[in-house]
Design a binder for this molecule. Structure first.
Ligand code: FES
Length: 287
């Protein structure tokens, strides 16, 4: 290979222009990707630009590698190897002027620009990460004293819930809240078999559990009154409401968290606090 263009000896020509074009394509695509992202993003366009950017980078590197390692056998008949004085001087002058390395620098510069533009395009999406969730995964809208209401905001009175009846409940002011929804069940006297602490939050056979399945988060909305089991329709996990909603069937491995309740002087059910543990499926740093 020769970096001096016209004096190649193998008959092949330098691919430097193509390499620069490939790297310039990467640079252009990466800049366009940055602009598209900054203007609000468009997944199909961003994906296409990313493909063009990496395609250009790959093509440039492949061409460069082929330039460095020429194919085939090159032969050249040549005269005496010793360089004439004039040629040596010309070579020296060329080196001092930077003429020989200019093309290589150019290729390296275009590669640097391509990688730099791609790097900027890769860093910008950090802006899309959004705010930290804080403890939003660990708490719901239930508070001590929250009135228990139905989906339409009607307060739930203990006297109005039939035995073995099931009501989907929310804290007043948060109807429709996905993480606060719970199921309230009134069990016949003597059916509950809870720890003393859990029993303190289940007055007169009223017991409430999170409605969010601990397997994959589906709403646990079916109640088999005869078996006293809550059933999740997604993968058929069953939870025994008498013993703290422990899973007795299916893939769920954790009990549904129990919402501690009390009955107010006005007969309306109220929460004694939030669920004692995070609701729903497991996540990476679950306490
Ligand atoms: S989500 Fe309830 S069993 Fe899978």
């Amino acid at each position: 290979m020769s970096d001096r263009g016209g004096d190649t000896t193998s008959g092949s020509t330098s691919r430097s222009p193509l390499i620069v074009v490939a790297f310039a394509t990467t640079t252009g695509a990466a800049i366009a990707l940055t602009v598209v992202y900054a203007l609000g993003g468009q997944p199909q366009v961003e994906g296409s630009l990313l493909a063009v950017a990496f395609g250009g980078l790959g093509a440039g590197l492949v061409l460069w590698a082929r330039d460095l390692v020429p194919e085939g056998t090159a032969t050249q008949s040549r005269p005496e190897l010793a360089s004439p004085e004039a040629e040596l001087e010309a070579e020296e002058a060329d080196l001092e002027a930077g003429g020989i390395v200019t093309r290589r620098r150019f290729v390296l510069g275009s590669l640097g620009a391509a990688i730099g533009a791609l790097g900027i395009a890769a860093v910008l999406p950090i802006r899309s990460l959004g705010p930290r969730p804080g403890n939003a995964l660990a708490v719901t809208s239930w508070r001590r004293g929250s009135r228990v209401v139905t989906i339409d905001g009607t307060p739930v009175r203990a006297a109005e819930v039939p035995e073995n009846g099931l009501v989907t409940i929310f804290p007043a002011g948060h109807t429709g809240s996905a993480d606060s929804q719970a199921v309230l069940i009134r069990l016949p006297p003597g059916e509950l078999d809870l720890s003393p602490k859990a029993a303190a939050g289940a007055p007169q056979g009223f017991v409430a559990y999170s409605k969010v399945c601990t397997h994959a988060g589906c709403p646990v909305g079916l109640y088999l009154a005869r078996e006293h089991q809550l059933l999740c329709p997604c993968h058929q996990s069953a939870f025994d409401v008498r013993t703290g909603a422990n899973p007795v069937l299916g893939p769920a491995a954790r009990a549904l968290p129990q919402l501690p309740l009390t009955i107010g002087a006005d007969g309306i059910l109220r929460a004694l606090g939030d669920f004692p543990e995070p609701i729903g499926p497991a996540y990476w740093n679950r306490p």
